[in-house]
Design a protein around this ligand. Structure first.
Ligand code: AMP
Length: 113
C-alpha cells in the first residue's frame, strides 16, 4: 500500500525538508496552520499513536527530540511551541503514517478545536 509520507522519507516525493537523520525526516506542512508548521516523521512506517508500543516507543522519543532541535533552528523555542499527534477520525488524522506537528510563531489557544 502506498503511503505519501513513506514516499517523502524515501525521497520519491518532493517536500520542503528541514531536517533528516537515519531515523526521522522533517518537512514543512503544505497547508500551514501557524507561521511555523513542520511535520516530523519516522522513516519506519508506523500508522499512528495507537500503533506505538514498547518496541517502537524510542522512535517517538526521537521525534520529540528532533522537534526540539527544529524549534531551536526555527527560532520558536524561546516563546514556545505546540506538538500535536493526531489519531484516527475524531483525532483529525488524515495521513496514516505517524507524524508530530510542530506549531509555533503565534499564541496557541486551548482547548484545541
Ligand atoms: P493529520 O491531519 O494530523 O494527519 O496531518 C496531516 C498533515 O499532512 C496535514 O497538516 C497536511 O496539510 C499535511 N500534508 C499532507 N500531504 C503533505 C505533503 N505532501 N507535504 C507536506 N505536508 C503534507
Amino acid at each position: 500500500m502506498s503511503c505519501i509520507f513513506c514516499e517523502i522519507a524515501n525521497g520519491e516525493r518532493a517536500a520542503d525538508l528541514v531536517y533528516e537523520d537515519e531515523i526521522a525526516v522533517a518537512f514543512r506542512d503544505i497547508n500551514p496552520q501557524a507561521p511555523t508548521h513542520i511535520l516530523v516523521i519516522p522513516r519506519e512506517h508506523i500508522a499512528g499513536p495507537l500503533s506505538v508500543d514498547a518496541d517502537n516507543a524510542p522512535i517517538i522519543g526521537h521525534l520529540v527530540a528532533v522537534a526540539a532541535k527544529i524549534a531551536q533552528q526555527e527560532g520558536i523555542a524561546p516563546d514556545g511551541y505546540r506538538l500535536v499527534i493526531n489519531q484516527g477520525r475524531d483525532g483529525g488524522q488524515s495521513v496514516f503514517h505517524i507524524h508530530v506537528h510542530v506549531l509555533g510563531g503565534r499564541r496557541m489557544s486551548w482547548p484545541p478545536g
